[in-house]
Design a protein around this ligand. Structure first.
Ligand code: 13P
Length: 261
């Protein structure tokens, strides 16, 4: 198994351009002490209005070391969709990845599995990579519905996507009760769910795609939790919220990940 870990920082709706530039530089300077081979794939996801600011700081040295992601996109390529941003626009801004289906978007903006599937297809068609989020509520977990819920989210998100494209994609398992609460999901349990997701991927896209796809854990990831998480068999990295907003803590997560590589 040689899946390269991904450490992705989801900055959510935080930071103006100056702060975004400074945080990016804090991450890039640290990454520049290493080679691509030594590092996990590092991805940061600023707000749309700060992507250009961050891109302007991506020198030829740090470009391959720190990738950028958008936090959302629309599935149509252009047209009368006020307030939306297409895959082509995200790509034009310099991003390599797009986070889709985050629970905050599902919860506050009524995103459905069908919309997330359309976005995933558009992202892959446009030559970018989706980071597809899934996760259960506390109520679902307590009612024993975690596996069934996640299975249906993953099957819907990957519906109609070729095995080759599934293999390149990224999934982030983010239990909703662990997001922003400080309550990290137990690493063994997170690994169990992620291994279950890998089995679902195997069922819908075959063994090679299941072996290749990178599945991250997200939800109160901290420098102190990442090593145990990364030492699990199926956890391929982390989607980090709060701890990605300070260069020190995000860089410490990267350092602790490297210890496990
Ligand atoms: P926290 O790391 O702040 O819990 O956020 C996780 C998350 O939602 C990343 O997408």
């Amino acid at each position: 198994m040689s899946r390269r870990p991904i450490i992705a920082g989801n900055w959510k709706m935080n930071m103006l351009q100056d702060d975004a530039r400074a945080l990016f530089m804090g991450v890039a300077k640290h990454a520049e002490e290493y080679t691509v081979e030594q590092l996990p794939t590092i991805v940061i996801a600023p707000v749309f209005t700060s992507i250009a600011a961050v891109e302007s700081m991506r020198c030829s040295k740090c470009r391959p070391l720190v990738k950028t992601a958008a936090q959302n996109c629309h599935w149509e390529s252009s047209g009368a969709y006020t307030g939306e941003i297409s895959v082509e626009m995200v790509k034009d801004a310099g991003c390599d990845y797009v986070i889709i289906g985050h629970s905050e978007r599902r919860q506050y903006f009524s995103e459905t599995d069908e919309m997330i599937n359309k976005k995933a297809k558009a992202i892959l068609k446009g030559g970018l990579l989706p980071i597809i989020c899934c996760g259960e509520t506390l109520e679902q977990r307590e009612a024993g519905q975690t596996d069934a819920h996640i299975t249906s989210q993953i099957k819907a998100a990957l519906d109609g996507i070729s095995s080759e494209d599934v293999a390149k994609s990224v999934i982030a398992y983010e239990p909703i009760w662990a997001i922003g609460t400080g309550k990290t999901c137990d690493a063994v349990e997170a690994n169990r769910v992620i291994a279950m997701i890998r089995n679902v991927v195997k069922e819908v896209a075959g063994e090679a795609a299941a072996e290749a796809i990178r599945i991250l854990y997200g939800g109160s990831v901290k420098p102190s939790t990442i090593e145990e998480q990364m030492n699990q068999s199926d956890i391929d990295g982390a989607l980090v919220g709060g701890a990605s907003l300070k260069a020190d803590s995000f860089n410490e997560i990267i350092d602790n990940t490297m210890k496990t590589m």
